[in-house]
Design a protein around this ligand. Sequence first.
Ligand SMILES: N[C@@H](CCC(=O)N[C@@H](CS)C(=O)NCC(=O)O)C(=O)O
Length: 248
Amino acid sequence: MQQPIDLYFWPTPNGWKISVALEEMGLPYTMKPVNIGANEQFKPDFLAISPNNRMPAIVDPDGPGGRPISVFESGAILQYLGRKTGKFYPSDERARITVDEWLFWQMAGVGPMFGQASHFRNYAPNLVDDPGKIEYAVKRYNNEVNRLLGVLDRRLDGRAFVADEYSIAEMALYPWVKLAGIFGQDMSAFPLVNAWLDRVAERPAVQRGMAVGAELRRPPPSREETQKIAQSLFGQTAASTAEAAKQG
Ligand SMILES: N[C@@H](CCC(=O)N[C@@H](CS)C(=O)NCC(=O)O)C(=O)O
């Protein structure tokens, strides 16, 4: 019988990808909070699993060969869980490539670009004194998010999901695309994306996965606290992360 998988998690879009996947696949799991606002991602035990000091990560006690395995990077985790369960990740090579295309499109395009759009909108004004530079960055990333939403809208023309069937690609995309409206995008321009968001949101496992860690989300911190968290999250360099890991 499958023993519970440890899910190293904080309630953000990258974390929700994996809580949704575990719920969809019916795998038992124990959520282990990693408070990224309190530098818990630098604890030695966590870095041993996730050397990039980012959550999510998992430890599956029933890994390949019946031995434990740890996995970091949400895309690698989704593929691992899909292969392990044979669910939401087709074994037919052509169908799998389509899922991979849209999964990597999320990992390399949607995640990083939406992340930067959110960064310059929500955090950078506290950090940088040159509004001209900020304006450029806000526009650059908002345009890119807008372009990506356009790609998704066209992809969904005549299809219910990005691949042939609901898959791990949706699990990667949904938590980010859901936030596009609050990143300042006019979502009325993307009717097929809105219908797809509704279709995914209806799934009970998605609702359960998105609710994981709700108790960890606090009221928005004060400006000073936001600035402190932003400095620790967004001022990271090789030297500062090595120092944080030492203090872990
Ligand atoms: N490419 C990584 C990105 C993960 C990521 O950016 N996680 C953020 C939260 S959404 C994090 O753990 N940040 C901690 C830090 O910046 O130190 C993945 O998809 O797993």
